[in-house]
Design a protein around this ligand. Structure first.
Ligand code: NAD
Ligand code: WQD
Length: 337
């Protein structure tokens, strides 16, 4: 079975390609390398002993997307990771985000609706919940007004897929990720942020390595046990495995709804200080940090209710925060060596 993985050389995509290949799927990756490198292919091969097909292609080029599907008529499913994902950048350049995250989705769906049957997995985000009223967050929690163009593209993306699936042969699963972190335990693939990392864990590992002077902890006056904000940090390998299970569910079609939504998290909230302490434990070194003001747009707390993913998908995150942090640290050291 051939699966198209868009953005398959990126952080979550590359880990998913490995898990798909490990389960015997044939993979074709489409990526424009705007936030990744062709070297990632070597890491994938080192782990899974198998080279996926790769086409460098910008999904914003509609005619190229059409040509791709003419060439690959045997695609059984699509996992669509390709998108721009920097929240701050999306505020400054909203049209880049609407073009890259919405047009690409529309072009893909336009091709998929021509097929007799299509299976589609979409990378959504817990950002659609904003600051949810109740923790842990269930899939039926209300969608809040998006706080950034990036967040809005995830909400609109979910709507586009839902509207389209209703009237076409497309079955879809929308996966709402909480905070993906870590790297493959082999340290052959991992996260490669360009420039100064905006996310907590790469900033911590770069600081631990001495690339940054100190971590700024954004606020210790939140109504949480230690005053710092709480998130649900999920190991990227656990997240990747969920995609394979979700794709298998689409292919099996047992009790499948046209569109299904799953939270992908661990179900446990961790504060910024807990993440720092986990890093200190697994790296055996102190992390320099200072408390600064809250970051604009940040929420207090978000962690997943994972009952639906556990019971319907039959998936559960396995790794602990320490294991995820250890893998992130191993990767940071490997990349810099
Ligand atoms: P990433 O940037 O590492 O991977 C995305 C990949 O898509 C990159 O390799 C990039 O080169 C490629 N790409 C971007 N635009 C493209 C285009 N027009 N044509 C072809 N390729 C293109 O990001 P990631 O962290 O792996 O995220 C994957 C998906 O998951 C994204 O849709 C993101 O919005 C979503 N998501 C990520 C997080 C997170 O914290 N990392 C959380 C929730 C949701
Ligand atoms: C985590 C916590 C920060 C950096 C973002 C996107 C979201 C999703 C995941 C895609 C927060 C604190 C961070 C730092 C800090 N992406 N922090 N110092 O904000 O939960 O979510 O990435 O869909 O849409 O908004 O993740 O890693 O940026 O922050 O104190 O230098 O760490 O305030 O509490 P966030 P994050």
């Amino acid at each position: 079975m051939k699966i198209l993985v868009t953005g398959g050389l990126g952080f979550i995509g590359s880990h998913t390609v490995v898990e798909l290949q490990n389960q015997g799927f044939e993979v074709v990756i489409v990526d424009d390398l705007s936030n990744s490198s062709e070297n990632v292919l070597n890491g994938i091969v080192a782990i899974s002993n198998k080279k996926p097909l790769f086409e460098k292609l910008d999904l914003r080029e509609k005619n190229k997307v059409q040509d791709f599907f003419k060439k690959h008529q045997d695609i059984s499913g699509v996992i669509h990771f390709a998108a721009s994902k920097a929240v701050g950048e999306s505020v400054g350049n909203p049209l880049l985000y609407y073009e890259n995250n919405i047009n690409t989705l529309v072009y893909l769906l336009q091709e998929l609706q021509k097929l007799p049957e299509a299976n589609f997995i979409f990378s959504s985000s817990c950002t659609v919940y904003g600051q949810a009223e109740k923790m842990p967050i269930t899939e039926d929690a209300s969608i809040q007004l998006a706080m950034s163009p990036y967040g809005n593209t995830k909400q609109i993306g979910e709507e586009i897929i839902t509207d389209t699936a209703k009237v076409t042969n497309i079955n879809a699963i929308l996966l709402r990720y909480f905070n993906p972190i870590g790297a493959h335990p082999s340290a052959e693939i991992g996260e490669l942020p360009i420039g100064v990392p905006q996310n907590l864990v790469p900033f911590i590992t770069q600081t631990g390595f001495g690339l940054r002077k100190e971590l700024s902890v954004y606020g210790d006056d939140y109504p949480t046990p230690d005053g710092t904000a709480v998130r649900d940090y999920i190991h990227v390998v656990d997240l990747a495995k969920a995609h394979v299970i979700a794709m298998q569910r689409l292919l099996d079609k047992k009790n499948l709804d046209k569109v299904e939504i799953f939270n992908l998290g661990t179900g446990t909230g961790s504060s910024v200080l807990e993440v720092i302490h986990s890093f200190e434990k697994v790296s055996g070194q102190k992390l320099p940090y200072k408390i600064v003001a809250r970051r604009e747009g940040d929420i207090t707390s978000a962690y997943a209710n994972t009952d639906k993913a556990n019971n319907v998908l039959g998936w559960k995150a396995q790794s602990t925060l320490d294991e995820a942090m250890a893998s992130a640290w191993k990767w940071e050291q490997k990349v810099r060596s």
